[in-house]
Design a binder for this molecule. Structure first.
Ligand code: DQA
Length: 145
């Protein structure tokens, strides 16, 4: 089983970006934790980060041919990218949406996710652990349907 982890815009700045909201861990550290969990779960992972909507869409399209599921933190695109939502709907791969912060407890514009309706589920508010919980959920979903 191969799962593709996609980090959206500004997540490359983790570790220095609004640490009171997103924590002090870098993206590299989060990726390392995901890799360790993946080997524990016996799944292969590929990890991408992009600040560009079109590139994220291309990554989702490519995943159709080389992955069994998608774990995605779409960053701010969560709240308004119908194009990323449509890409996920088009490829029909099982997808789990994750967020470091609890988007429901933040500004009003963050309360809506246009991605959530095409994801199997959403995990938010647990910092880096959101990715690990999401990875476990996605692996189980792909394994058991
Ligand atoms: C985020 C939440 C988004 O609202 C924000 O734009 C991000 C990060 C999170 O992981 O908490 O860039 O997706």
């Amino acid at each position: 089983m191969k799962l593709h982890i996609i980090h959206g815009p500004n997540l490359n700045l983790l570790g220095t970006r609004e640490t009171a909201v997103y924590g002090a861990e870098t993206l590299k550290e989060i990726d390392g934790k995901c890799a360790a969990l993946a080997s524990e779960l016996g799944v292969e992972i590929e990890i991408s980060q992009s600040n560009s909507e079109g590139e994220i869409i291309d990554i989702i399209h490519a995943a159709k041919h080389n992955a069994d599921g998608i774990l995605i933190n779409p960053g701010a695109y969560t709240h308004y990218s119908y194009a990323i939502r449509d890409a996920l709907a088009a490829v029909k791969l099982p997808a789990v949406e994750v967020h470091l912060s609890n988007i429901q407890a933040r500004e009003d514009f963050r309360h809506e996710s246009v991605i959530a309706p095409v994801a199997a589920g959403q995990i938010a508010g647990f910092g880096a652990n959101s990715y690990l919980l999401g990875l476990r959920a996605l692996a189980e979903l792909v394994r058991n349907g």
